[in-house]
Design a protein around this ligand. Structure first.
Ligand code: T1G
Length: 686
């Protein structure tokens, strides 16, 4: 199937791109476009070219799968030059999500017509790149400088209306791309649509605009994109050459490797063994528990258009749950996600009651009650009696054994874990925890639910903490050890924030609540191995009732929006060191990052080795979309590949000299290093 078709209709040549699923500008598209423009040029009858795409969107960008492969000519910049140099005007019709290289193709044409509902943008910075096919040179010649720099540096799309008002579109129509293209070509012929060569337009970028964007630029990716945009003040050919050089530099960067990996991680996790199983209906849902999680989950479902029945056992908390959900929806209105009228209509589909019988006909129930197996057993025993055959019974437990929960019912095949992350109506990650008897259709339906809720589902087997919290529980210990060995906790936080985490681990635990970690440590205490090193500083904090942000004090002291170091922490650390005969030593920031990441990679490797996670990329997705892992590293195992598995291995072996119990080398890591392979090699094998 050729990716580009040309149809001659008298003076009009219609050129259609057809490269599903998103018309990415792969080699066939690029070569096809050059050939089509040549065909039109060679046909004397043709006076105008109408360019459009079939399917759901005009070109959504360069083909990301080609990055890292040997380039195949013609490259996209050359194709853009061919379009711009065409003696016969080309009017380009844009629809769907016209992004990156797709928008750059359009910018090279002599006129642009949008179709209602169109979104257009330059998302390259989200891949650690910059527009590399003339976007930084042509956009400032069609729209004002601030709009151009905003699009180039934010990576965020703009609406068709905004593009029309900015002068990026010449017209906005409704209809099928082919019809709109034919009509637009006719308008060029009858003079009602005036084509113009972009390169001949004056550059509208000012030094003040550049300076103001440069002042707020963060990181190499933004700085590089601005440098390219600045070159638009030069003659086009010179500016394009500078942009190209910067793009080639970006392609080699670690940031691009990480962010490209993150892009594919978001999609790879949907490829599960149960993908072909037939998903069940998901028209209505029930939630049990009206606390933060239950209300958040109910909100996520309501935002996806699912009517929800929320059960709150205690009558006086039914109203509280409804108010919490209403407040969550207020946030959606504030964020422009829905209108006030839609909020009212959505709330009308919420039922809050103490009557479990109200769940008799729902397709899916998610339990979010207190994290106690006795309570869960009681709830699932009741659900087994009440819910219709085929209803999916899910637990939002964050660590309890879903097999044990399933065993409380006569329908273990319908039981699954759906572990949401707080706030559940905001965080994109959903761990789908598959118990040993869970039916494939139930897994497939859970992934269908995730897509409906616009969440990223990652499949997990059952273990304590599943994927994310199990790995978190392990690497958090490395920070306690470093703290006891002499690294001030605030230095650990700042070193990891400089590495790219939005918040350091101590600040995160203050936000989550120190009492949660305390409860976990107490739960695990009876089974904690003798030889395991245990740090008591966090227990001292909890014994004071300092549970973090919610109690105004934890590792930090909170005063409104500001936080300061809690001076008592250093005293607790000194006292424990004295009691254990430890002499404090200093750490540099890189040491802290290396140690923390080695611990995260070690436990992540074991999670893959034990097949709790399907692939390394699934672990990366969990941390990117549930734990604020820096996107430019692509996830803990992508970080390991970029750093070098042999480097990580030698670090772990070195740390093991101090603490052989904690620092055990994962067999998988040793195998990969011995074979000269990477975690990404394992991703490919799946
Ligand atoms: N290249 C290759 N494959 C792509 C792709 C792309 N640009 N975009 C999407 N896909 C695949 C995706 O992996 C999935 O495959 C399927 O299409 C459906 O995607 C020179 C260098 C367009 C908004 O960054 O934002 O141009 O998993 O599930 O939710 O300056 O895809 O089914 O096998 O995401 O409806 C710039 C990236 C590239 C756009 C559609 N463009 N794509 O979302 O479907 S760099 C982008 C998206 C560039 C130039 C530079 C979204 C979408 P599979 P999907 P969706």
């Amino acid at each position: 199937m050729t990716a580009v078709h040309i149809t001659i209709e008298g003076a009009i040549a219609l050129v259609a791109i057809d490269n599903p699923p998103v018309n990415a500008a792969g080699f066939d598209v690029r070569a096809g476009l050059v050939a089509a423009v040549q065909t039109a040029a060679d046909n004397d009858a043709v006076k105008v070219i109408g360019l459009y795409a079939a399917g759901r969107t005009f070109v959504a960008g360069a083909d990301i799968r080609e990055f890292g492969q040997p380039p195949k000519l013609p490259l996209l910049p050359e194709v853009c030059d061919v379009l711009e140099a065409s003696a016969k005007p080309i009017v380009c019709v844009l629809h769907g999500t016209t992004l990156g290289g797709g928008l750059e193709l359009a910018l090279s044409c002599q006129a642009r017509v949008g179709i209602k509902g169109l979104k257009l943008g330059l998302p390259e910075v989200n891949l650690g790149l910059l527009p590399g096919a003339g976007g930084t040179q042509r956009l400032p010649r069609l729209v004002d400088g601030a709009t151009a720099l905003g699009m180039i540096t934010s990576g965020k799309p703009i609406t068709a209306q905004a593009a029309l008002e900015a002068g990026l579109l010449d017209d906005l129509q409704d209809g099928a791309p082919e019809d709109v293209a034919r009509q637009a070509a006719r308008q060029v012929l009858d003079g009602t649509l005036t084509p113009r060569v972009t390169a001949a337009q004056p550059n509208r970028l000012t030094q003040e605009q550049l300076d103001s964007f440069r002042a707020k630029a963060k990181g190499e990716v933004m700085v590089r994109a601005l440098k390219a945009a600045e070159a638009s003040s030069l003659p086009m050919a010179e500016g394009l050459a500078i942009e190209r050089a910067l793009f080639v530099e970006a392609l080699q960067s670690d940031a691009h490797k990480g962010m490209k990996h993150a892009f594919f991680a978001e999609r790879a996790v949907a490829h599960i063994p149960e993908a072909q199983a037939e998903a069940r209906d998901l028209a209505t849902a029930g939630v049990i528990g009206g606390g933060t999680m239950g209300s958040g989950i109910a909100t996520a479902m309501l935002l996806a258009g699912m009517p929800v029945t929320l059960i709150e056992m205690q009558a006086d908390r039914v109203e509280f749950a409804r108010e919490t959900i209403a407040r969550n929806l207020d946030g959606a209105v504030k964020r422009g996600k829905m209108s006030a009228e839609q909020r009212e209509a959505t709330l009308a589909t919420l039922t809050c009651t103490t009557d479990m019988g109200a769940l008799a006909d729902v397709d899916l129930v998610i339990e979010a009650v207190f994290e106690s197996m006795d309570v869960k057993r009681d709830v699932f025993g009741q659900l087994d009696q009440i819910c219709k055959a085929g209803a999916i019974l899910a637990s939002n437990t964050s660590y309890l054994d879903v097999n044990e929960i399933a065993a409380c019912t006569k329908r273990p095949q319908d039981v699954i874990g759906l572990h949401f992350f707080s706030p559940a109506h905001v965080m994109r990650l959903l761990e789908v925890v598959v118990a040993k008897d869970t039916a494939p259709e139930v897994v497939a339906t859970s992934f269908k639910l995730a897509k409906k809720l616009r969440k990223i589902a990652v499949r997990s087997e059952v273990c304590d903490g599943f994927i994310g919290n199990r790995i978190l529980a392990y690497y958090r210990k490395s920070t306690a050890y470093m703290q006891l060995d002499g690294a001030p906790f605030e230095q650990i936080d700042s070193a990891l924030e400089a590495f790219g985490f939005a918040m350091g681990p101590f600040a995160v635990s203050d936000l989550a609540g120190q009492d949660i970690g305390w409860a976990t440590r107490k739960r695990l205490a009876p089974t904690r191995p003798e030889e395991e090193r245990y740090v008591e500083i966090a227990d001292r904090v909890c014994e004071q009732g300092w549970f973090g942000r919610k109690s105004g004090k934890g590792f930090y002291v909170y005063d409104g929006k500001t936080r300061s170091v809690n001076p008592a922490i250093a005293e607790f650390a000194d006292a424990e060191r004295a009691a254990k005969g430890i002499t404090a030593r200093s750490f540099n920031d890189q040491e802290i990052v290396d140690c923390y990441m080695a611990a995260m990679v070690a436990e992540a490797a074991r999670v893959v080795e034990e097949k709790i996670a399907l692939r390394p990329i699934d672990v990366d997705a969990v941390f990117l979309f549930g734990y604020g892992f820096p996107r430019h590293w692509g996830g803990p195992l992508q970080y390991a590949d970029i750093t070098g598995l042999d480097v990580i291995l030698s670090r772990i072996e070195n740390y093991a000299k101090e603490d052989a119990h904690y620092w055990q080398v994962p067999a998988l890591l040793r195998e990969l290093v011995a074979a000269g392979k990477s975690f990404n090699d394992l991703n490919k094998n799946h």
